[in-house]
Design a protein around this ligand. Structure first.
Ligand SMILES: Cc1ncc(COP(=O)(O)O)c(C=O)c1O
Length: 445
């Protein structure tokens, strides 16, 4: 019998309920809370709530805790840094934590060229910096982005974000100059085509219908993409898509900006998800898992492209020493604990189980992912593929009540993103519960 998960009070328990009432009174209602999980503590793959329930963590604080929650070496690095100094503005002075991190990132970001890193405080800031850098370097104003993308919520990145109307409602006008094109999604092809007959029209469309028809390539700075769409529903592009995109970018001299905020730092079994396609982007955005929960954003670019000059871009707290100390520890831990290998091993295990479930279960429409970035899309009917938002929400809530913290993305996709440290027995125990609830919910009308 497993000792996890451990549900001692049906969640939300009394302490959680009381805190949620206070939250509703004083905290911004703009957040997207999935369910009233009120966290008391978290260690490795277990999250404990304020009422003493212990959940297996399939969320990782939304793809942030890749090395496990509260990794002792990360905590030690932060504490050690606290004893030395907390802040001294990397914008204006120097310290070694930033320099060491930039060196380490240059070593793991794909691309056989010199790289430089700009540091901010979040994913959206990493994307903002990439947008500004692309404009600075190319002196061109326009961009191509993708429908269903999520790149953040500040005004530059929001101009690209396009996965839910709520993200953009009442916030226009957005930064001008962004053309949105359909993202390659073979389960629900936006062009209603099938592979291989489609011949990658999703890529050629960008060339033939956008660049040749209305967006003069000489005005376009870059194409911004997620290598696997995250908030949009864990959508994995087909094998040759990014090679084709790279050819188009090379043909017209456009930069490729790869947003790895959710998919990077080992999540997919490689340091960065784009490595699965063997394409070298010009600019890579990282955040989330990089500092294991401390705020950081990193925009890593080919050194020839990062040619902006002093005063052109900066932020007071960007590259703050606590976050950099944590990030330096994270990158060491991933290497030393061989977490890329474990992400591949556990991801293969989970995909096999979930694909087996798909064979027998009438509501599992698609299972997709790489490493431990896995999406399970629920549908009303496998023939029509009508998404079942309600069933996905139901599975999420029932799983949580039984001790598995898991959330959704897109319209009806369960997202499975445990810490990369998870072992088969615990992942198996979590999947037992998730699969059970999917089976229960599938039987409902
Ligand atoms: C791919 C991607 N880019 C950017 C962001 C924005 O990051 P942040 O919420 O730290 O601003 C996110 C957040 O989920 C993301 O998934």
């Amino acid at each position: 019998m497993n000792s996890y998960p451990k549900i001692i009070v049906s969640p939300p328990g009394p302490k959680a309920r009381e805190l949620v009432v206070r939250d509703e009174r004083f905290v911004s209602p703009s957040y997207t809370r999935y369910y009233p999980l009120v966290v008391e503590s978290a260690t490795d793959c277990i999250v404990k709530d304020v009422d003493g329930n212990e959940y297996i963590d399939l969320n990782s604080g939304i793809a942030c805790m890749n090395v496990g929650n509260t990794h002792p070496r990360v905590v030690e690095a932060i504490k050690g840094q606290c004893d030395r100094f907390l802040h001294y503005s990397n914008t204006d002075f120097y310290y070694k934590e930033v320099i060491t991190l930039a060196e380490k990132l240059a070593g793991i970001v794909p691309g056989e060229f010199e790289k430089k890193t700009y540091f901010g405080n979040s994913g959206t800031e990493a994307v903002e910096a990439a947008i500004k850098l692309a404009r600075w370097h190319t002196r061109k104003p326009q961009f191509i982005g993708f429908i269903d993308a999520f790149h953040g919520r500040t005004m530059g990145s929001l101009a690209f974000t396009a996965s839910k109307p709520a993200q953009r409602r009442h916030f226009s006008p957005f930064m001008p100059g962004v053309a949105h094109v359909p993202y390659p999604n073979c389960y629900r092809c936006p062009f209603k085509l099938e592979k291989p007959e489609c011949n990658y029209w999703c890529a050629d469309f960008i060339d033939e219908q956008v660049l040749q028809k209305y967006m003069p390539a000489e005005d376009v700075a870059a194409i911004l993409f997620e290598p696997i769409q995250g908030e949009g529903g864990y959508i994995v592009p087909p094998d040759e898509f990014f090679q084709k995109l790279k050819k188009i970018a090379d043909k017209y001299g456009l930069l490729l900006i790869d947003d790895e905020v959710q998919s990077g730092i080992g999540r997919t079994g490689k340091w960065f998800a784009i490595e699965h396609w063997g394409v070298e982007p010009d600019i890579v955005c990282s955040s989330k898992a990089l500092a294991s929960g401390l705020p950081i954003g990193a925009t890593i670019a080919n050194a020839k492209i990062m040619d902006w000059t002093s005063g052109s871009h900066a932020s007071t707290f960007g590259g703050n020493p606590l976050s950099c100390a944590a990030a330096n520890a994270v990158l060491d831990i991933i290497k030393e604990q061989q977490l890329l290998d474990n992400a591949n091993k556990q991801g293969t295990f989970a995909m096999k189980r979930l694909n087996e479930l798909k064979e027998t279960n009438s509501t599992v429409g698609d299972v997709r992912g790489k490493g431990l970035m896995i999406g399970v899309e629920l549908v009303e009917d496998k023939e029509t593929k009508k998404p079942s938002h309600q069933k996905a929400v139901e599975v999420m809530l029932r799983s949580w009540k039984r001790g598995v913290a898991v959330v959704t993305c897109g319209v009806s996709t369960l997202r499975i993103v445990p810490p990369l440290t998870i072992q088969t027995d615990m992942l198996g125990a979590a999947l037992d519960i998730v699969e059970d609830t999917i089976n229960e919910v599938a039987k409902q009308k």
